[in-house]
Design a protein around this ligand. Structure first.
Ligand SMILES: Nc1ncnc2c1ncn2[C@@H]1O[C@H](COP(=O)(O)OP(=O)(O)OP(=O)(O)O)[C@@H](O)[C@H]1O
Ligand SMILES: [Mg+2]
Length: 271
């Protein structure tokens, strides 16, 4: 029997943490493991997933499908072994998306896609915008992407609190753009975020890697552009964790720094 299809929304508190890059590359990595993957661009106002996947022109977008102007099959594209449901690039699309999107229709699109996918990865906009909330509500699992900085984990904390309230399963945290001298080590990130969502784990650390931006300039996922670079290694490891072939790293328990303690006091209002 086919395992149940899984829908995972890829979210972050702060913008620019690497959600779109992660969605594209994790999608390609899961597909290379034999999984049927669909990536959905839910960033209706600032869509760029198609560009990262090397698609410069789209015939119909998620918005067209939601508004009944196109069939799902007309909007779906194929790239590097994964199916992609793009959002629109045009300014008019962004404006229309802001005017309001029918939640039921989005849920219906995801249901339709699930019947022919092993995985749906949803590239959500940053923060707690309408479409992020929508995608969290529609997906069963959530991956939080953050950078190893205090501002990023503070915003991640809020998203996790929200996920908990909505009954969305936060599958784990991906720490992206990790450098040797990062501001916050992964152990502390895990401890900090577990105050928002009990039992949350850092699943992987993706290093800062110039190949990521090089690949982007070539309109290619980096796991295709350079499968052996450090960032690609991290993505393949994450894909194994996601399918249950590997366990997440066991990080040492960390005590919180004074900065973290202070930030948590601010976030919880317990001053
Ligand atoms: N590990 C990395 N190493 C180097 N550059 C990276 C890495 N991850 C992402 N980037 C770069 O960071 C920028 C932002 O990434 P991306 O667009 O994926 O973020 P995002 O979270 O989707 O942003 P937004 O919130 O605007 O949707 C891109 O130019 C990308 O190439
Ligand atoms: Mg993005």
């Amino acid at each position: 029997m086919r395992p149940k299809p899984r829908s995972i929304s890829i979210t972050s508190g702060k913008g620019g943490t690497g959600k779109t890059t992660l969605a594209a590359n994790l999608g390609v990595a899961l597909s290379a493991m034999g999984k049927k993957v669909t990536i959905l661009d839910a960033d209706l106002t600032m869509a760029n997933l198609a560009l990262v996947m090397g698609i410069d022109q789209i015939k119909a977008s998620l918005l067209d499908v939601i508004k009944g102007r196109a069939k799902l099959s007309e909007a779906l594209r194929e790239s590097h072994g994964v199916r992609l449901l793009p959002a629109g690039f045009r300014f008019e699309d962004a404006h229309e998306a802001l005017v309001g999107v029918d939640r039921k229709k989005v849920r219906q699109v995801i249901q339709d896609l699930l019947s022919s996918s092993d995985f749906i990865l949803i590239d959500a906009p940053a923060g707690l915008q309408e479409t992020t909330i929508l995608s969290m509500a529609a997906a069963k699992e959530m991956l939080l992407v953050c950078n190893p900085t205090y501002t990023s984990i503070v915003d991640g904390y809020k998203v996790l609190r929200f996920a908990g309230l909505m009954g969305c399963w936060a599958r784990g945290v991906v720490v992206n753009r990790v450098e040797r001298k990062s501001e916050v080590p992964p152990e502390e990130i895990e401890e900090f975020l577990s105050r928002a969502y009990e039992g949350i784990h850092v699943l992987t650390e993706i290093p800062e890697d110039r190949k990521v931006q090089e690949a982007e300039l070539h309109g290619m996922p980096f796991v295709v552009y350079d499968p052996d670079c450090k960032a690609s290694e991290a993505i393949y490891k994450l894909a194994e964790i996601i399918v249950g072939k590997a366990d997440p790293p066991q990080l040492q328990q960390s005590s919180l720094t004074e900065t973290s303690e202070r930030l948590i006091r601010v976030l919880t209002g317990k001053l």
